[in-house]
Design a binder for this molecule. Structure first.
Ligand code: ZN
Length: 305
């Protein structure tokens, strides 16, 4: 058990206590996390050893969400900022950079997960930020988060953090094995994915799927497709015999439906929780539940149609 010396405690209170960020005056360290997926993971590791604020709302788009002035202020006063990185948080990155410039420790989790790059589309060559679609990458993320918490929050209960991280890693290993077992039911020739933007590259790599294309041929939801993009994707879908297009629950599926009607074959548009958690208590209220729900939806979507 860590008991900090009284002098250190007093100093810690002076540095982190109260202030305009609001109510964090119990001396506990304050961690700010950008996305709700990483927020869930960080909360599992932190337990009650520190306070965690998650900036991204449930069912929001991680590429485009932005901060209120109050949230930006809380971010600038955090003891540690945990963010996805790899270009994901286009609306928030400048706040993370500003806080880092003021000396707030930051962890770009994506820098620790063996990132891959987009193969094609208008973000070809850029790093793919959607590493959470591979639970093995999330285990690497837990390692990085645990290390950062222990390094940056020396006054927190680091033994408890290590115990929590071990327990959560074990659950992720279970998830990874469970997904492998479920996906084994999909015939090899049906392991072809079409999504709204390029969101499942890591899942495809980990579990042996081919990404045929994306309705928005980009690594970000902030891009939009040209008519010629939709035409070439229609052709690819016909050639590959793909029947199911997976769209994100947080994104309008208008384009996918337009493509479906344009491709000349019967195509099904199915929603995945690929970018954001749903409300607590729903089937995608936690990262592990979200991945479990998506696995079931992908297996059904590729097998039935
Ligand atoms: Zn995305």
């Amino acid at each position: 058990v860590n008991r900090m010396p009284i002098a250190a405690l007093a100093l810690s209170l002076a540095l982190t206590g109260c202030g305009a960020s609001g109510g964090q005056d119990d001396g506990a360290a304050h961690i700010v996390v950008t996305t709700n997926i990483l927020g869930d993971v960080v909360e599992n590791i932190v337990g009650d050893t520190a306070d965690v604020t998650v900036l991204m709302k449930r069912n929001a788009d991680p590429h485009s969400f932005e901060l209120s002035a109050q949230e930006a202020d809380a971010t600038s006063q955090a003891d540690l900022i945990v963010y996805n990185g790899l270009g994901l948080e286009e609306g928030v990155q400048r706040h993370v950079d500003a806080a880092a410039g003021r000396g707030v420790p930051t962890l770009a989790v994506g820098d620790h997960v063996s990132a891959i790059s987009f193969a094609d589309g208008d973000t070809a060559g850029a790093p793919d930020p959607h590493f959470w679609t591979d639970p093995d990458r999330m285990i690497a993320a837990v390692d990085a988060i645990e290390t950062a918490l222990i390094e940056e929050l020396p006054d927190a209960d680091t033994e408890q953090i290590a115990t929590n991280a071990d327990a959560y890693r074990a659950r992720l290993q279970e998830l990874s094995a469970d997904m492998e077992e479920q996906f084994a039911a999909v015939a090899p020739e049906r392991r072809q994915l079409v999504t709204n933007h390029h969101v499942l590259g890591y899942l495809a790599q980990r579990y042996g799927f081919t990404v045929v294309g994306a309705v928005v041929p980009s690594g970000t939801t902030l891009a939009s497709p040209a008519p010629s993009d939709l035409e070439s994707l229609s052709g690819a879908i016909r050639d590959a015999g793909v029947r199911t297009i997976f769209v994100d629950t947080s994104q309008p599926d208008r384009l996918a439906r337009a493509l479906a009607s344009q491709s000349g074959i019967e195509v099904f548009v199915v929603s995945l929780y690929s970018e954001s958690l749903d409300e607590p208590g729903t089937e995608a209220g936690t990262y592990i539940d979200m991945m479990t729900a998506n696995t079931k939806t992908i297996v059904e979507g590729l097998s039935a149609n």
